[in-house]
Design a protein around this ligand. Structure first.
Ligand code: AMP
Ligand code: ZN
Length: 114
C-alpha cells in the first residue's frame, strides 16, 4: 500500500470531501482551509512535485489546470476570481509530496503571499 497521503485519498483509504473527479485528476477540500474556498487538485498518478515532471507529464499538467478552473466554477468563485498555487520543495512550502494545486478564493487574496 502506498505511504503517500494523497495516493491514499485517491484510493479512498483516507476520507476527503471530493469536489470533482475525472480519469486523471481529483479535487477535494483542503482540511485546513486558508480561504472560504480552498480545494486541492491532484493527479491520480503519483508525481511528487512540478520539479519532478517531465515531457510525459505535459498533458497531465494542462489537465490539472483545467480541473482547477472546473473546481472554481463548481465552487462559485469563477467570476469573483481565485488563486491557483503549487508549492514545490521545502523552501516553496511544500508539506505533502504528491503534486497538488491549491485553488483558493471567496475573499480578496493578498499579494505578496509571504
Ligand atoms: P502544501 O503545504 O502545499 O504541501 O499543501 C498541503 C496541503 O494539504 C495543506 O494545505 C494541508 O492543509 C492539506 N492537507 C493535509 N492533509 C490533508 C487531508 N487529509 N485532507 C485534505 N487536505 C489535507
Ligand atoms: Zn502520492
Amino acid at each position: 500500500m502506498s505511504e503517500c497521503l494523497f495516493c491514499k485519498i485517491v484510493e479512498r483509504k483516507v476520507p476527503a470531501t471530493v469536489v470533482y473527479e475525472d480519469d486523471h485528476t481529483l479535487a477535494f477540500d483542503d482540511i485546513h482551509p486558508q480561504a472560504p474556498v480552498h480545494a486541492l487538485v491532484i493527479p491520480k498518478k503519483h508525481v511528487a512535485a512540478v520539479r519532478d515532471c517531465g515531457e510525459e507529464e505535459q498533458a497531465l499538467l494542462g489537465k490539472l489546470l483545467l480541473t482547477c478552473a472546473k473546481v472554481a466554477q463548481l465552487k462559485g468563485i469563477a467570476d469573483s476570481g481565485y488563486r491557483i498555487v503549487t508549492n514545490t520543495g521545502k523552501d516553496g512550502g511544500q508539506t505533502v509530496f504528491h503534486l497538488h494545486f491549491h485553488v483558493t478564493g471567496g475573499r480578496h487574496m493578498r499579494w505578496p503571499p509571504g
